[in-house]
Design a protein around this ligand. Structure first.
Ligand SMILES: [Zn+2]
Length: 289
């Protein structure tokens, strides 16, 4: 049974607002998600999730950017340093060795980078050495032989340490949502990248949380056409988002936002025109259960 769920911010990075909002003009998106003055760059969080269970599992969902990257990468994305994933876990009395499972929604660098680090001798080590690291086999194969459009997001420096570790475990990309562990179901979506997984978390108190990953990365992405330019199948994203929003409205689900620098998520309400809108937002980082 799930005993606690909390957000863990691994850090921030900067990404071009135009790339994050696709076809939406800057004059529109800059009001919803303000860029730095005089530029198109916006600050985004990498908000991971920690789920603990009464049978001793400490499950981490995604791991942020990590610290292995070179100067060129850092100039490009300005990740916050030091990253705060392990220090935040320690502040909650969890050493990296205590993480039993790492679930990757997908393997873009801002989701998988924090799963490994360079030790003093320059050798790559797993950050969570005892954890099983889970991803769909379909997505792993996609990431391991990347298309030119996504090649800059699937970095060998992130995938190679997992490949040789003996700690990589494959999930199957099912057509329907399926239960992975008691209280945690997985939904496979295909618009952002091939076979990304969203955890649907059913709390003992009856609430359902959905970790939206890059299907709905920030509060500003609620409007259907606001789809990242990175997405490989934008119309699939639109349909997957439409379904999620309808279900979340119906079921009173809480949506958790991986990249929103201001809010951890929230619940949806209908506005006066019957469209989905955010109700009360959750603070940036919090214990949800
Ligand atoms: Zn992504």
């Amino acid at each position: 049974m799930i005993t606690s769920v909390e957000t863990v911010i691994a850090g921030t990075l900067e990404l071009d607002g135009g790339a994050m909002f696709g076809v939406v003009p800057k004059s529109v998106w800059e009001k919803a998600y303000p860029p730095e003055a005089g530029s198109n760059r916006c600050t985004w969080a990498t908000r991971c999730l920690l789920i603990r269970t009464d049978d001793g599992r400490n499950i981490l969902v995604d791991t942020g950017v990590g610290e292995k990257d070179d100067d060129r990468f850092r100039q490009h994305f300005s990740p916050s340093l030091p990253q705060t994933l392990t220090s935040h876990l320690r502040s909650r009395l969890l050493e990296p060795e205590a993480i039993t499972d790492v679930l990757f929604t997908h393997l873009h660098f801002d989701h998988v980078g924090g799963a490994s680090y360079l030790d003093a001798s320059g050798t790559t080590q797993l950050t969570f050495p005892n954890a099983s690291h889970w991803v769909t086999d379909q997505h792993w194969n996609w990431a391991a032989t990347p298309n030119p459009r996504e090649a800059a997001s699937f970095l060998p420096t992130n995938l190679d340490p997992l490949k040789g570790s003996g700690k990589l475990r494959f999930l199957s990309a099912e057509r329907d949502d399926y239960e992975w562990l008691p209280g945690i179901s997985l939904r496979t979506v295909y618009g952002h990248t091939e076979a990304m997984q969203l955890p649907l978390i059913d709390l003992p108190d009856g609430r359902r949380l959905v970790y939206c990953a890059d299907l709905l990365p920030s509060a500003a992405h609620l409007s259907l056409p606001w789809v990242m330019a990175f997405d490989i199948r934008p119309l699939d994203t639109l349909a997957e988002k439409e379904r999620l929003i309808a279900e979340a409205l119906d079921g009173g689900w809480t949506l958790l936002l991986e990249h929103d620098a201001r809010f951890a998520g929230g619940q949806l309400i209908k506005d006066e025109r019957g469209r989905a809108a955010w109700g009360k937002m959750l603070e940036r980082e919090l214990v949800i259960y």
